[in-house]
Design a protein around this ligand. Structure first.
Ligand SMILES: Nc1ncnc2c1ncn2[C@@H]1O[C@H](COP(=O)(O)OP(=O)(O)O)[C@@H](O)[C@H]1O
Ligand SMILES: [Mg+2]
Length: 271
């Protein structure tokens, strides 16, 4: 294999400390413990994937980091500052397509910059550069409904990145795409990360995707979730899809498959 493994020696940027989340019961029902107390430290420029079975609390954890939900107990800090709500320092991409249907591709990507009051000329430069980076040149004036799912997600990624967030948070962003498109989107996002060196937290339940994208894979236990293991991924960059055929990749996939399998078995045994 060509290229060199990347060792991240950057300082810790995001700290999740003792974070848990209980949702109150509906109409007198039992409360749901969605996330057990969780600690996680993420260094700057890390590409962390969070892998776990459905319902284990991945989205809950990500939404708390995004400031879209509050922990029942615990704190999240970004560069030492507590997160108390959503902010431009965190960009979010969801699985379902969340573009503004009444805005063109260009205006969707420009949305955050317009909110911030960025001058017209600078805004155009930034928007054009991200439209290029996600390969949507020529589609600037299309409406979301005229785009394929993959193109919509490329627009959503460009919209999140155009704000220059410190952290990009993605919740199963490619989950609704066909396999072929999904693989291309993985490479596209990884390529952007390799060039821009952003901190990324990427939630997925797909083991292969988790390994391929990550500098570190965080696995979670079955519901109620907590962190089960953290696995460094020292596969070289630039990372090309052919790495998926390497023995190193297979070994990581097998290790994580066993971990996730044992969670699925435990979940089945305990209801
Ligand atoms: N707003 C909510 N109210 C009540 N229960 C919720 C809410 N959001 C999530 N849950 C429950 O918390 C658990 C974890 O959900 P979630 O974080 O969405 O898991 P994942 O993203 O790993 O599939 C699930 O049992 C889910 O039903
Ligand atoms: Mg989820």
């Amino acid at each position: 294999m060509s290229g060199t493994p990347v060792k991240n020696t950057q300082p810790v940027e995001l700290v999740v400390k003792g974070v848990s989340r209980t949702f109150p019961g509906v109409r007198g029902g039992q409360p749901t413990l969605a996330l057990q107390p969780t600690d996680l430290e993420i260094p700057r420029n890390d590409f962390v994937t969070i892998l776990g079975p459905s319902g284990c609390g991945k989205s809950t954890l990500l939404r708390i980091i995004a400031g879209l939900d509050k922990p029942t107990v615990g704190t999240v800090t970004l560069e030492g500052k507590p997160i108390t709500g959503p902010g431009a320092d965190r960009g979010m991409v969801f699985q379902s397509y969340t573009l503004f249907p009444w805005l063109t591709v260009r205006d969707n990507v420009a949305f955050g910059l317009r909110e911030k009051g960025v001058a017209e000329k600078e805004k155009k430069e930034i928007v054009d550069s991200y439209i290029d980076k996600v390969g949507l040149r020529g589609f600037e004036n299309y409406w979301p409904k005229q785009l394929s799912g993959g193109m919509q997600q490329r627009t959503a990624i460009a919209r999140a990145l155009a704000n220059n967030p410190k952290i990009l948070l993605l919740d199963e962003p490619f989950g609704a795409l066909d396999n072929q498109t999904r693989g291309l989107m993985q490479e596209l996002l990884l390529g952007i990360w390799e060039r821009e060196q952003k901190t990324v937290i990427f939630v997925t339940h797909d083991i292969e995707e988790a390994v391929f994208m990550a500098s570190r894979v965080v696995t979670m236990t079955a519901r109620p979730g907590r962190i089960k293991s953290i696995t460094p991924v020292d596969l070289p960059h630039p990372r090309h899809y052919t790495v998926k055929a390497s023995p190193e990749f297979s070994a990581l996939r097998l290790k994580l498959t066993e971990e996730i399998r044992s969670e699925a078995i435990a979940a089945a045994e305990h209801g």
